[in-house]
Design a protein around this ligand. Structure first.
Ligand code: PFF
Length: 445
């Protein structure tokens, strides 16, 4: 059987499609708002360059050399203790867990695309009521749109790397970039643009504490899709003789640029028409729609295309979240792609329903343990524990376990004199930083 591979551009689009997601357009602006802007952005940028870029190359290397699902790639590349190291590949499970809430959020976005056609809330209060009513009492609407997300994502996965994933990204990514650029250019013409620039780039270091620092590091991971095998699984289908460093550069560059562009645009709108930047997770669903309302009819148009762009970002990331486990069942158990995609899809679909219920009045208590309900627990366990842990394993695996000559043979020609610096960062800087992040997020330090 001929193995389907990404084209060169196809790979970059798909990997960037994985990286550019709800993390960039929904999460990055609101955490930047929460931690006071400039200083936080600089820490995030610094982390992306120093740690994110290093691990991106390492993760691509494992997939590219292994050429199989994550578990098999780890197993084949480990010089000894193969049975232990292959466990590293089960990080792919984190993707399925993330999908449990990611698909539900994409459902909310679908709902907002449709409702913004005719309705925008006239005040932040009204916007909040609209959002919380959907969240806490409208089970059926959430179920309906979660089902649409599930069907779309599963369908694309059944089509495979070339006619499914590559194709989806080929259309959705350029559209997403065009929409954001168009809105960004409009934002630059508004008075408040300079305020947004100042907010995002003039650092006020007094606002940075250890929590802000750790959040920036954790977010660099989430936003670059690192630590769970999405990039690794895609890299297994990279063309032979690809330049991993160049590819990693493009993915990091696109992901970071889109986060900054989206942030500047949203903050401009919020300064110009709304209530300023510090609004928490509801920023996109609460503050933004009421800011759009102030723009009049143009606001409806902007709201619809903005939520379309957000949905596209979410969908292209979703397929990469499920693909590692799909590939695993195909490679290790000889499942057909159809069977693997539908089974994995059903997994996140069914648990996604539990996640919806865990926000619904009447069920919430049943599905809450400690200070978090099921939805929040899944978010917390995946982002706080599983991804940093996965990143740590990958850094150690490429930095210490795989023979250095093997790594050098592929990456030295591509990295040139920077090879030793990269290797050092992978071996020492990255593991220490990831370890601190994990401890902090688990509340130990
Ligand atoms: N990078 C995606 C985002 O920013 O929304 C989320 C994500 C996708 C995380 C794939 C991890 C992953 F493997």
């Amino acid at each position: 059987m001929k193995i389907a591979r990404f084209s060169r551009l196809g790979f970059i689009l798909a990997a960037a499609g994985s990286a550019v997601g709800l993390g960039n357009i929904w999460k990055f602006p609101y955490i930047t708002g929460e931690y006071g802007g400039g200083a936080f952005v600089l820490v995030y940028l610094f982390t992306v360059l120093l740690i994110g870029f290093s691990i991106m190359i390492a993760e691509m290397f494992i997939g590219y050399m292994g050429r199989k699902d994550g578990v098999t790639s780890f197993e084949e590349l480990a010089p000894k203790n193969k049975n232990l190291w292959k466990l590293g590949g089960f990080q792919g499970l984190a993707g399925l867990f993330i999908m449990i809430f990611y698909s539900v959020v994409i459902g909310w976005i679908f709902n907002y695309i449709v409702s913004s056609l005719i309705y925008l809330p006239s005040s932040v209060k009204e916007a909040e009521l609209t959002f919380t009513t959907m969240l806490h009492s409208d089970f059926l609407t959430q179920l309906f749109y979660h089902s649409v997300a599930f069907l779309w994502i599963t369908y694309v996965l059944t089509k495979g790397i070339k006619s499914g994933i590559e194709r989806l990204n080929f259309y959705l990514m350029p559209t997403l970039i065009l929409i954001l650029l168009g809105m960004f250019i409009y934002a630059t013409t508004l008075d408040s643009f300079s305020k947004a620039v100042e907010f995002m780039f003039s650092p006020d270091w007094s606002k940075i504490n250890s929590e802000a620092f750790v959040t920036a590091v954790g977010h660099a991971f989430f936003t670059l899709s690192l630590g769970m095998g999405a990039i690794m699984t895609y890299s297994a289908s990279m063309e032979k003789n690809s330049n991993l460093v160049k590819n990693a550069f493009w993915v990091v560059f696109l992901d970071t640029t889109i986060a900054i562009v989206a942030g500047l645009m949203l903050f401009t709108f919020l300064y110009q028409y709304g209530s300023g930047p510090a609004k928490g997770p509801g920023l996109v669903f609460i503050s933004l729609p009421s800011a759009f309302y102030e723009m009049g009819i143009l606001g409806n148009f902007f709201a619809v295309i903005f939520f379309i762009a957000l949905a596209f970002a979410g969908l292209t990331s979703s397929v990469s979240l499920v693909e590692p486990m799909v590939q695993y069942f195909i490679d290790r158990f000889n499942w057909s792609r159809l069977r693997a995609s539908v089974s994995m899809g059903l997994f996140f679909y069914l648990f996604g329903i539990v996640a919806i219920l865990s926000n619904i009045d009447g069920y919430e208590e049943l599905l809450t343990w400690g200070d978090k309900n099921f939805f929040d627990w899944v978010d917390y366990i995946t982002a706080a524990i599983m991804l940093p842990f996965g990143g740590l394993i990958m850094a150690i695996f490429v930095g210490f376990v795989i023979e250095k000559q093997r790594v050098e043979a592929v990456l030295k020609p591509q990295l040139g004199f920077a090879f030793e610096a990269w290797y050092f960062s992978l071996r020492y800087i990255t593991p220490v930083a990831m370890f601190i992040v994990m401890l902090n997020l688990m509340g130990v330090v």
